[in-house]
Design a protein around this ligand. Structure first.
Ligand SMILES: [Fe+2]
Length: 463
């Protein structure tokens, strides 16, 4: 592919001169898992990106047809629909899907419509004995079988056996329920590629959802999504985290069409800063980061790095959430770093042994100018331990900030507020880009390229 980058002498493999994540892994005491040693070192071209992808209704319609109807999308936790009749409604653009647990314990997903006059069959999440349309009482069993309607004599032309609810594909990974409206889609396991093997060690299926906050954001859904798949913006948007975040030396990976990853080392200062002491790193991280224990006294012992010290404190704080003492096997990276995977198109789970953030972005209903942003935090528990109930979603109002959600607070919520502050200004600014093209970096923004290349493959029918 032609390299158009001349600012750095045309070097498509240029990297920050700071210590790489892989070099940092060389300092680990415990064995480093193979998945963290993977370094795909991607280069996907230097092409510009049209602003029409974010602004035009036409592009949104293509996404509806070729992306939302064709891809696997996470709906809820398996534990949120654990009992027979537990039902979740997943709305995506103009579509709605009902996911339920049958009497036999199977998961089923249906298009959310009564087959009589088309009314949405289920309005909200809850526990249902069966699905009875509120309009005329046409009723289906949880397993999709039609049980009848009032004045059945008036429908001699409806064959009961052929009037079952049309199903859509449903499957699970990592304790999440996924659906796919395309009956010809690949199985979830194949779609996820390397992801399940990478997460085997972190056991996301053992986690419960301890935080779930949603907000309507005033921008195209991809503007939101793309603010979370690179660490390049930290220097300007989140300056308070730089003392403990090595943003410039982040590692970016892509695998196949659907999976990508950023790993940003924490507990070490940004390469952009000079002369930050270990004590300053620890103090700032303990004071600001959500991915860290909160000790009352935090003096970094003589001869220890901030990263080693934070690793030790996190091991003490989070070992109770796992089957074994973290000090005995977990790397420092898995005790504190930002290890953020994404599954095309819109689901991004963090990895590691600390409580893990998970993001989801989607259009706000069928509106391509606003989006739903969700922040969840999952906390693992030892295998077989009783799990607290998953929390329901807290929906923030238009004037409420993430930091005003008490479960996020000023530290974590404040970071999302900083991202949120940019979003409407990105949406507005894009209308004024004279060339109508956005410029992306080769490495830091490679996941955005990867995402758009996959998007194009779906739109062009290549996947
Ligand atoms: Fe951010």
């Amino acid at each position: 592919m032609e390299n158009k980058n001349t600012a750095n002498g045309g070097d498509i493999l240029a990297r920050s001169p700071g210590r790489s994540y892989q070099e940092l892994l060389d300092t680990e005491v415990n064995p480093v898992p193979d998945c963290l040693r993977e370094n795909t070192n991607p280069y996907l071209g230097s092409e510009n990106l049209s602003v029409d992808r974010y602004l035009s209704r036409e592009f949104h319609e293509k996404e509806v047809e070729h992306v939302w109807k064709k891809t696997w999308q996470a709906v809820c936790r398996e534990t949120e629909i654990a009992r027979p009749g537990d039902t979740f409604v997943y709305d995506i653009v103009r579509f709605s899907i009902v996911v339920t647990r049958t009497q036999g314990g199977d998961l089923k997903a249906y298009k959310n419509a009564c087959l009589h006059r088309g009314r949405q069959l289920v309005d909200e999440n809850g526990n249902y004995e069966n699905f009875r349309c509120p309009y005329h009482a046409f009723t289906w069993e949880l397993d999709g079988e039609f049980t009848g309607a009032p004045c059945g004599w008036d429908f001699p032309h409806v064959e009961k056996e052929k009037f079952g609810l049309p199903g859509v594909k449903v499957d699970t990974w990592g304790g999440w329920v996924f659906i796919n409206m395309d009956r010809g889609a690949p199985e979830l396991r194949d779609y996820l590629g390397i992801l399940p093997s990478h997460f085997e060690r972190w056991k996301p299926e053992n986690a419960y959802k301890m935080i779930h906050v949603e907000k309507v954001i005033p921008c195209n859904w991809k503007v939101g999504w793309e603010a979370f798949i690179e660490s390049y913006h930290a220097i300007a948007t989140h300056p308070q985290i730089l003392k403990y975040t090595d943003d410039a030396d982040s590692q970016y990976d892509v695998w196949g069409d659907h999976i990508s990853r950023t790993i940003t080392a924490l507990g070490v200062p940004s390469f952009h800063l000079k002369n930050v002491s270990h004590q300053e790193v620890a103090d700032t991280m303990f004071g600001v980061s959500a991915m860290v224990a909160r000790p009352t006294e935090a003096e970094v012992p003589q001869g220890m790095t901030a990263r080693e010290y934070i690793g030790q404190r996190n091991s003490e704080a989070f070992s109770q959430n796992h089957d074994r003492e973290l000090a005995s096997f977990a790397t420092n990276s898995e005790r504190m770093d930002s290890i953020l995977y994404s599954i095309f198109p819109n689901f991004a789970p963090w990895a590691g042994f600390h409580p893990n953030i998970t993001y989801r972005f989607r259009p706000n209903g069928d509106d391509h100018t606003t989006a739903l942003m969700e922040v969840m935090v999952l906390c693992q528990l030892p295998t077989g331990a009783e799990r607290p109930a998953d929390v329901p979603v807290r929906r923030l109002g238009d004037n409420e900030l993430f930091s005003e959600a008490p479960e996020l607070g000023e530290s974590l919520g404040g970071i999302f507020d900083q991202d949120l502050f940019n979003m409407p200004k990105i949406q507005k600014g894009m209308h004024n880009v004279e060339s109508r093209e956005l410029v992306l970096s080769n490495y830091h923004e490679v996941r955005i390229r990867h995402f758009h290349q996959t998007l194009d493959k779906y739109i062009n029918g290549e996947i």
